[in-house]
Design a protein around this ligand. Sequence first.
Ligand code: GAP
Length: 432
Amino acid sequence: MAGVTMEKVVNLCKRRGFVFPGSEIYGGLGTSLDYGPLGVELKRNVKEAWWRAVVTSREDVVGIDAAIIMHPRVWEASGHLAGFSDPLVDCKSCKQRFRADHVEGGRCPACGGELTEPRQFNLMFKTYVGPVEDTAAIAYLRPETAQGIFVNFRNVLETSRLKIPFGIAQIGKSFRNEITPGNFLFRMREFEQMELEFFVRPGDDEHWYDYWREERLRWYLDLGIRRERLRLRAHGPGELAHYAKSCADVEYEFPFGWSELEGIANRTDFDLRRHAEFSGKDLTYFDEERRERYLPYVIEPSAGADRSALAFLVDAYDEDEAEGEPRTVLRLHPKLAPCKAAVFPLLRRDGLPERARRIYDDLRRRFAVDYDQAGSIGRRYRRQDEIGTPFGITVDHQTLRDGTVTLRDRDSMTQVRIAEDRLVDELGARIG
Ligand code: GAP
């Protein structure tokens, strides 16, 4: 992984407006982060690529968008109230708090002081619904989007003509009071998940578990992640979440080591069974073909939009040379790039800016594009390379004569001449 460090990626993100420290003018809030103009486009493109692959391009998956604050009984049924916790120790001297499994030698890592016995600390954010702050009004910000899907299983079943196997997908914010957030977008207290709950007949679960592991690994590869920095790792028995029969993680080799991008779990019928028990509602499915009634099993690919965005950024980051000068380039897949093309007039005279702006206005209706006439053409190319813009379109004197422009490719830096009225089709084809 020569070349790329987290520091370089974080600096680029701040410098170019991908990601800012949250509440920065007040000194920041822990490690909260805000997406800037380019970051928001990147993340939207990640979510759009996921939604296309998992929902709209398939006939067996539909989407929902459930509330973040759900009935508190949901979290009793799901096991999160009792079990979604980390063991914590407090330092008796400096009062700092640490995850017990992150402390070595039994002393405070900050000051060497004596530590308390470990206590369980629930990771869910608590809040109150309505004007009265008493125990009857306690609610939680969801720590996963999955439960919004399980509690709507019957609604979706009754209002669609889906038959098992089928899936329900959701993208949305989740909240966890992480003890040690960090590594930039990797671990935050507020983050976005992209989750699919795929309901299958018990007995078919192993087949679909294998299917979704392969399918999800391929998604990252299709969007350009290097094969050698991606792997599937099966969980050992001691690692499994309370609801899972088996689980495998898609891991990426970040500069800080191999880390989870996504978990694919066989959740069995755990969730539907618990919600049926706690709500008293029948959540079984009648399989008309087989003439049998059962509680479906669930295969769950659960990914993070922020973690994926970080992996795409890290993987795309590169440094090389252009015309004898060092350049930083983000080799983002065109589908993910925040800006698809930039239009440049070669000079700021002779009618070139006017012609370039006309092309820009035309392309803007179809694609996210940029217009730049400030500085030398080399500098303008490099500004776009640094934010991952895959194509550069330059308007020069020949354009005025024959209506052609140059189309430059970010990665190879080669240029071809092309008629300006072919640009929309050409860009469409290259972006895919
Ligand atoms: N419904 C299952 C579930 O929530 P998880 O492994 O706890 O499983 C799934 O989370 C994914 O959500 C992770 O693989 C990661 O991409 C993302 N994620 C979890 N915690 C996160 C955090 N604190 N910051 C950013 N992303 C997080």
